[in-house]
Unconditional design. Structure first.
Length: 391
């Protein structure tokens, strides 16, 4: 829902991809995403809180002198009476692959034990914005285990209400589902957000473009196991992954520009508690970024594959935690045609040595600062700041 609203905002503003995404030529792209992302322990706590608690998290990282990797999320869960609840979800993601901004709201009415029907939607500042839908929530008594399904009509009043005179070819539907289950140290979480394709045409006297469209779909999952002997620590094993389908089209007097892109990113991780407050953290990551499209009427294709690993030593100095680590990834890519002779290098290795410090002023509140360095090239590799709270 909110992702499509962001997509339509981007389309309406005339911003679209030109040629292969610049991120595929950055050998450190997935190293940024791995290091700057929330730790597996923090992510698992966030998943458990989605429909049970209030929470806020902010993550800001440097990619280049002109780019910032930013994720900001907040959620509110209010239950003034046992049979009625309000769930609010605010999201503002500014990452290379996608930009997602919006506010969604659920009004849930209990119709049976652990079963609630939801009226869901997103408010809009203009008549052609906003979304309306229905959903169902099945949850445990503490709402840390849940199954949610929504069907949403995004911007149902777009035709005839938008100031640009655009006509959408059909209704825009989004299907959203989120599931979490946990038992005896095991937990599993899955989130699906799929939107049907949209195409918008503008009148002949409208400023360019004459037509534009797009589609977005996302699947995220996280499987985690914490052995009983490690419950008192942050140790555990897990698998976390994401798949993104991103599509955009634009036709204007200069020609047609389009991009179809599929991104897959997965990580297998383990944290082993040692003695004296030390832990060993290890990650194996793999990624794929494939796409095709047209730039000013000329076709192009590209493919990228990454395989890497990360290892670090973690030490708890309650309420501080210090992590020293090193990560490296090997990247292979094929681009046709090459946009620049300087991009002829098809296989590269990127690395980062890093140190991070986390401070826990309260049990469920943390702040983290991370700084990294490229060992192979001797260059500065970026920094990251993070804040999270669950209450």
């Amino acid at each position: 829902m909110i992702q499509l609203a962001a997509l339509l905002t981007i389309l309406a503003s005339g911003v679209t991809a030109v040629g292969p995404p610049i991120a595929i030529f950055d050998k450190s792209n997935f190293l940024h995403q791995d290091l700057y992302d929330y730790s597996m322990e923090h992510q698992a706590a966030w998943e458990a809180s989605c429909y049970a608690s209030q929470a806020l998290r902010i993550d800001l990282g440097s990619i280049s002198t002109k780019e910032v990797w930013a994720i900001e999320e907040a959620q509110v869960n209010l239950r003034p009476v046992p049979w009625f609840a309000v769930h609010l979800d605010l999201q503002d993601d500014r990452a290379r692959e996608e930009e997602v901004t919006g506010l969604s709201a659920d009004l849930a009415f209990r119709v049976a034990p652990r079963v609630e029907l939801m009226v869901t939607g997103s408010p809009g500042a203009r008549k052609d914005q906003g979304a309306l839908g229905l959903g169902t929530l099945i949850a445990s008594d503490d709402h840390t285990q849940y199954a949610v399904a929504r069907v949403i009509d995004d911007r149902p009043f777009f035709n005839g209400k938008n100031s640009e005179g655009g006509i959408r070819n059909s209704a825009q539907w989004r299907v959203q589902s989120e599931v979490r289950a946990a038992q005896q140290g095991f937990s599993g979480w899955l989130k699906l957000d799929w939107g049907s394709a949209v195409e918008i045409r503008y009148p002949a006297d409208h400023q360019s473009p004459s037509a534009e469209g797009g589609q977005r779909a996302a699947l995220d999952f996280h499987l985690r196991w914490v052995p009983a002997a490690w419950m008192a620590s942050d140790g555990g094993f897990g698998l976390r992954g994401t798949v993104r389908l991103l599509s955009s089209d634009r036709t204007d007097p200069a020609g047609q520009t389009s991009l179809r892109r599929v991104i897959a990113f997965g990580r297998v991780y383990a944290m082993f508690p040692l003695r004296a407050g030390f832990s060993l953290y290890a990650v194996l990551l793999g990624a794929s970024d494939r796409g095709y499209g047209r730039d000013a009427g000329l076709p192009f294709t590209y493919a990228r594959w990454d395989l890497g690993a990360r290892a670090s030593l973690v030490k708890d100095f309650h309420p501080l935690r210090v992590e020293l680590g090193y990560s490296a990834v090997r990247t292979r890519r094929v681009v046709n045609p090459l946009p620049d002779p300087a991009d002829l290098l098809e296989s590269e290795v990127a690395d980062k040595a890093y140190v991070s410090i986390e401070w826990y002023p309260r049990r469920n509140i943390y702040l983290r600062f991370l700084i990294s360095h490229q060992v192979a090239s001797g260059s500065f590799a970026g920094m990251n700041g993070m804040f999270g709270a669950i209450f």
